[in-house]
Design a protein around this ligand. Structure first.
Ligand code: GAL
Length: 651
């Protein structure tokens, strides 16, 4: 298992390089990511190239046995470029060019940008093609879906629509443009969503398509870079680093043509009061592993107090830096690269702390990092092991967009819904896959599919087949609401899933922040909120598991269970407190025959990695206090953020 650091040699005088590299080697750093913002240092003037410094620092790492990931520096074109091609700066929703000097000031579609970026990548990849120290390439940095509103991108958007629909009549029909006189009579009338008013004021069909275009267009830019890298460095691995940003691309399509997933992981340094929040980093990590259903890399990992983009946050609690790195391994990462080796002394990010502070004296956090490197070196036998799971939660980029475009009710958001299930399942010490809705489902016993809002008929078919063959499915409110154009389906909800779940929605109540009571047949009571589907059981074998116990619909069904083929489909019409899911999922796990651990205290996570000859169980205390519990008859006590790894050989 590899621990690395993000390093910016261009920020430091050369006198730092050798001592830094020596200290990295001594500490056990295995890999360094560099150069993703260094374009002006690699080409200070048009036609002038200064790769020598990069050669030198790569050489320094080579001599010390430290591998290198090179970033293509295309995130930040140099000033000479911006001066010469001012219209290569992306245009914001306000129709104005974005400022230069922040970063990300490049339009993915500007021909001169692509020419210069292509030239830079061509030169870099050719130069380091034979350099064995360079093992991977990172494309650009934290790319977002293309929300550039310049003329060129607008044209591309129109072309994308033309390709998809062929003619304006189809667009008008599928978007329902007769509403508010929105019908297009020429392609030039189609613009991206200018203006800063809420997305919900615009036609949802148009907005969903725009998000899809923005994602596809970013992916085209990724593929443009990947092609050059692949041509010149056929053996190198290619990635790009993603995060949960405002304009998220479709992660599954983004990585389809790349070799591995990279993720920037910054768990909050303030210990959250809400117990559920503790599982959010684990959730993100599992989602990342699910993108390619293989090991991944954390390309940037928390190393110090966050700041800059917001006022500074709390310093990482003792154990956090090491604990969150090991947590990433426990959820399937194979490499964790810490952001950053040194804290910047200039530039806007000087308060986003790295491992070594401004004082230039390695302190408490650095010591912890040293210890982490030591522990990671001892995990050689875990490299190549996999996280096997009988449970998968489905995720869909379309649903993510559609919920952002039209928030359904106060407090409800798509990832939040998924996390409710994730957090409840984590309480049972299970490995959990989070996979794209397009993925193959065989091998799973239980599929949890929260809010299948935008309907893909192929996915519907697959879910029916999964249950028919004996699988267990959990569906929820806001499923089957929209067709693939993001318009409402004119059928009782959950429309295409009605037969599968054996019930339909008579009426719904978007209660938002209000609360209702839900009572299970076994007498247990829970608080629910956000949404209440009032259900009518319809199937011969539909059982009502819980009813509303307040409001005028008291006594109506809230949660049902239905036999379909050889399997079972559950429908949860409301959004409960976490304990409700914990309660319900225990019954479901038992019925599916999935082994689980009982009695784990809050914030304790257990995952398992399995290899040919070994299984390794990771016990992690994701809390700021000691946690004690009994596991397999043994008393376990974990310090705050402690990770314990238990191995057993497979005979
Ligand atoms: C990431 C980014 C890094 C750095 C870090 C801390 O989003 O990729 O370059 O900015 O956040 O803010």
């Amino acid at each position: 298992m590899i621990i690395g650091v993000d390093y910016y040699p261009e920020h430091w005088g050369k006198e730092f390089w050798i001592p830094d590299a020596d200290l990295m080697r001594k500490t056990g750093v295995g890999i360094v990511r560099m150069a993703e913002f260094a374009w002006s240092r690699l080409s200070p003037k048009e036609g002038v190239y200064t790769f020598e410094w990069l050669d030198e620092i790569i050489g320094i790492f080579r001599e010390r046995g430290i591998k290198v990931i090179l970033g293509t520096p295309t995130n930040c074109p140099p000033r000479w470029f911006c001066e010469k091609y001012p219209d290569a700066i992306p245009v914001g929703r306000d129709a104005r060019p974005n400022p230069i000097g922040i970063r990300g000031h490049r339009c993915y579609n500007h021909p001169d940008f692509l020419r210069h970026a292509g030239d830079m990548i061509e030169r870099m990849t050719k130069r380091y093609a034979k350099e064995k120290t360079v093992v991977a390439w990172q494309i650009d940095n934290e790319l977002e879906a293309n929300f550039c509103f310049c003329k060129r991108c607008t044209e591309k958007y129109r072309a994308w629509l033309k390709e998809k629909y062929g003619d304006l009549e189809s667009i008008n029909k599928f978007y329902g443009n007769e509403v508010w006189s929105g019908e297009y009579s020429s392609w030039e009338q189609i613009d991206p969503p200018f203006g800063t008013y809420p997305a919900a004021w615009l036609n949802p069909a148009y907005m969903l398509d725009f998000n899809r275009f923005a994602s596809d267009d970013m992916i085209q830019y990724v593929d443009f870079q990947a092609k050059i890298i692949r041509r010149n460095c056929p053996e190198a691995k290619i990635t790009t680093n993603v995060w949960f940003c405002e304009n998220m691309p479709d992660f599954y399509k983004t990585f389809a043509g790349l070799d591995f997933v990279s993720f920037d992981n910054y768990p909050p340094t303030k210990i959250p009061e809400d117990a559920g929040q503790f599982y959010s980093h684990a959730f993100h990590l599992d989602l990342m592993r699910g993108i390619k259903r293989q090991g991944f890399c954390v390309m940037e990992e928390l190393s110090g107090e966050p700041g800059c983009w917001s006022p500074m946050g709390r310093m990482p609690y003792p154990g956090m830096i090491s604990g969150y790195s090991l947590q990433a391994f426990a959820h399937g990462a194979d490499a964790v690269v810490h952001f950053r080796w040194r804290t910047a002394v200039s530039g806007a990010e000087m308060y986003w702390h790295g491992l070594i502070d401004h004082s230039n004296v390695p302190g408490r956090r650095f010591k912890e990092f040293e210890e982490l490197c030591r522990v990671a070196r001892g995990l050689k036998d875990i490299a190549g092991t996999q996280i096997l799971s009988e449970v998968a939660i489905l995720y869909s980029a379309d649903n993510e967009y559609a919920f952002k475009i039209q928030p359904q009710t106060n407090g409800m958001y798509y990832l939040g819904q998924i996390r409710l299930f994730y957090e409840a399942l984590m309480k049972y010490g299970l490995n959990i896959d989070i996979i794209g809705e397009q993925e193959e489902l065989s091998g799973y016993k239980l599929i949890v599919a929260p809010e299948m809002y935008v309907t893909d008929p192929e996915v519907v078919k697959k879910l029916y087949a999964f249950v028919k063959k004996g699988g267990t499915l959990v569906l929820t409110n806001r499923s089957g609401v929209k067709n693939k154009y993001n318009n409402c389906i004119m059928e009782p909800l959950p429309a295409p899933y009605r037969e599968l779940v054996g019930c339909c929605v008579l009426e719904y109540d978007p209660v938002g922040y209000d609360h209702v009571a839900v009572r299970f047949a076994d007498g247990s009571n829970y608080r629910a909120g956000q949404w209440c589907d009032i259900l009518k059981p319809e199937g011969e074998e539909t059982k009502v598991l819980a009813c509303y116990n307040s409001e005028f619909y008291k006594g109506s069904a809230a949660i049902t269970e239905n036999k379909y083929g050889s399997g079972t489909a559950y429908y949860i019409g409301t959004v409960g407190e976490q304990e409700m899911y914990v309660h319900l999922l225990e019954k479901i796990l038992q019925e599916c025959g999935i082994a689980y651990i009982e009695g784990l205290p809050d914030h304790v996570e257990i995952t398992t990695r399995t290899g040919k000859d070994i299984t390794a169980r990771f016990l992690f205390n994701n809390a700021g206090e000691v946690r004690q519990f009994i596991l397999d008859g043994k008393e376990i006590s974990l310090q705050p953020f402690e990770m314990r790894i238990e191995r057993s050989d497979i005979k």
